[in-house]
Design a protein around this ligand. Structure first.
Ligand code: PNS
Length: 163
């Protein structure tokens, strides 16, 4: 079994992210969902809430043995991959726009440490879902309940109650 890292900010963790995690485990990988921490980036959920929502989502999907959630420390992704013994990074591609964003990072990670990136095409039914659009729709009062795992939705509602 290969350990792979699925990195991201996951603000919030969506059904698209959960589907990618599940599909990577179905390919036989142990998946470390690595949550990036960028204090200068004005997000919605804090690191703790995002991590808890991912842990809850993995449990709800019955993936807690095959996948785990960790904080991505400040530094290079490839250094984290080495630290956890991961052989590859996994990222989802919704469209060619995603590929344009991902390609230089994948090439750089390979240049730095020989770490390959495994790209999985996002399921068509989930290809319109991004964390940023979910945040926008939610902020403007729209319903995002069919785009998020229950644990992420609870985290969003808990956050709204606090504001
Ligand atoms: O959810 P995002 O914002 O698309 O995730 C971006 C992420 C965390 C994958 C990206 O910012 C990243 O890989 N950061 C680690 C920093 C790094 O290694 N940079 C140099 C090589 S590209």
């Amino acid at each position: 079994m290969t350990t792979v890292v699925l990195p991201g900010s996951f603000d919030p963790f969506t059904l698209g992210h959960l589907d990618l995690t599940r599909r990577a485990t179905a390919l036989g990988h142990h998946v470390i969902v690595a949550v990036s921490h960028n204090p200068s980036k004005q997000g919605l959920l804090d690191l703790e809430a995002r991590t808890a929502a991912i842990r809850g989502s993995l449990a709800q999907e019955g993936l807690e043995g095959a996948a785990e959630v960790r904080t991505l420390p400040h530094g290079l992704l490839v250094d984290f991959c080495r630290e956890v013994g991961a052989g590859a990074v996994v990222r989802g591609l919704r469209s060619q726009l995603d590929l344009a964003y991902e390609e230089p990072m994948a090439r750089m990670n390979h240049h730095l440490a020989g770490i390959d990136t495994i790209f999985l095409l996002t399921a068509s039914s989930l290809a319109h879902i991004s964390s940023s659009l979910v945040r926008e729709v939610h902020a403007l009062g729209g319903d995002v309940s069919d785009m998020l795992p229950a644990a992420s939705l609870e985290a969003l509602h808990a956050d709204s109650d606090l504001r």
